[in-house]
Design a binder for this molecule. Structure first.
Ligand SMILES: Cc1cc2nc3c(=O)[nH]c(=O)nc-3n(C[C@H](O)[C@H](O)[C@H](O)COP(=O)(O)OP(=O)(O)OC[C@H]3O[C@@H](n4cnc5c(N)ncnc54)[C@H](O)[C@@H]3O)c2cc1C
Ligand code: FES
Length: 242
């Protein structure tokens, strides 16, 4: 974990209430796709956790949805603004688990899968990616994803891609995979883990400290209580007690 000052290089709207922020600075502490950062937003006591969407040696991208006041404020930050950020948080995804990976993103849960695609691409693997959301307006950056993965889209209302949720889409698509990596709404991850135990899920929890000190983000697993911020956010699907 490291506390760094990052500079906003870009902060643009890319979908309905969805923003892409690029930040530059020393991010060498980030080791794995799926890690997250904690962003200080002035006037808020608690930092806000956001997944690292993708990263290089000296920059990161964050893809975030405006939900409440903190993320609303974040969306107004201008290029050049410096942000106090904790980086190198959480365990991230283990790409060694899959030879034929399936990536599954639900809604804003697509965020960390960009960097995961990059990691697989560096190994010469183009993963399959199922990306689902409520409606066409909630689906973002498709052409970028298509350059990194074989993308299958689905929407609950049928306005783009397969008409149905990601589980129905996977059941209908006959995808050849040996391990999956999923991030998205709690219910989606719960149903996925029941249908397909051979994968991992990236979880969210309300967080206090973000680095393992307060126990505020504990969840139940088959191996006892674990902290989403420290032992997670990525857990084996069959380990989480939903
Ligand atoms: C490990 C981790 C990674 C995350 N990555 C991303 C990401 O890449 N992109 C993104 O858009 N969001 C991500 N989130 C969620 C993000 O942290 C919250 O949306 C954000 O903190 C909301 O802040 P706010 O001040 O706008 O909303 P608040 O005013 O704090 O809350 C607004 C609403 O959002 C709910 N909420 C707030 N925080 C969370 C949370 N952690 N989990 C579930 N519901 C919450 C509240 O209950 C309330 O209903 C992540 C969360 C975690 C724990
Ligand atoms: S948020 Fe404090 S231990 Fe996880």
């Amino acid at each position: 974990m490291k506390n760094v000052l990052l500079t906003i290089e870009k902060n643009i709207q890319v979908g309905q209430d969805i923003y892409l922020m690029s930040l530059s600075g020393d991010v060498s502490e980030i080791k794995n796709p799926g890690e997250f950062v904690e962003i200080t937003i002035p006037n808020y006591y608690l930092r806000r956790p956001i997944s690292v969407s993708s990263y290089t040696n000296n920059s990161i991208n964050l893809l975030y949805k405006v939900l409440g006041h903190g993320t609303k404020d974040l969306s107004t930050f201008e290029v050049g603004t410096k942000i106090d950020t904790l980086i190198g948080l959480g365990n991230g995804f283990d790409i060694s688990k899959a030879k034929k990976p399936l990536l599954i993103g639900g809604g804003i849960g697509i965020a960390p899968l960009f960097g995961l695609c990059d990691a697989f691409n560096k190994q010469g693997i183009k993963p399959t990616l199922v990306y689902g959301a409520r409606s066409i307006d909630d689906i973002v950056l498709v052409s970028e994803l298509e350059s990194k993965a074989n993308v299958i889209l689905c929407t609950d209302d049928g306005t783009l891609g397969f008409h149905g949720n990601v589980i129905e889409c996977i059941n209908n698509s006959n995808i050849d995979f040996d391990y999956y990596y999923a991030c998205g709404p709690y219910k989606m991850l719960q149903f996925l883990s029941l249908a397909y135990p051979n994968g991992c899920v990236s979880l969210e929890a309300r967080m206090g400290c973000g680095f393992g000190a307060c126990m505020g983000c504990s969840i139940e697993t088959t191996k006892g209580a674990k902290r989403v911020c420290k032992e997670g956010p990525v857990f084996e699907a069959n380990e989480v007690i939903f």
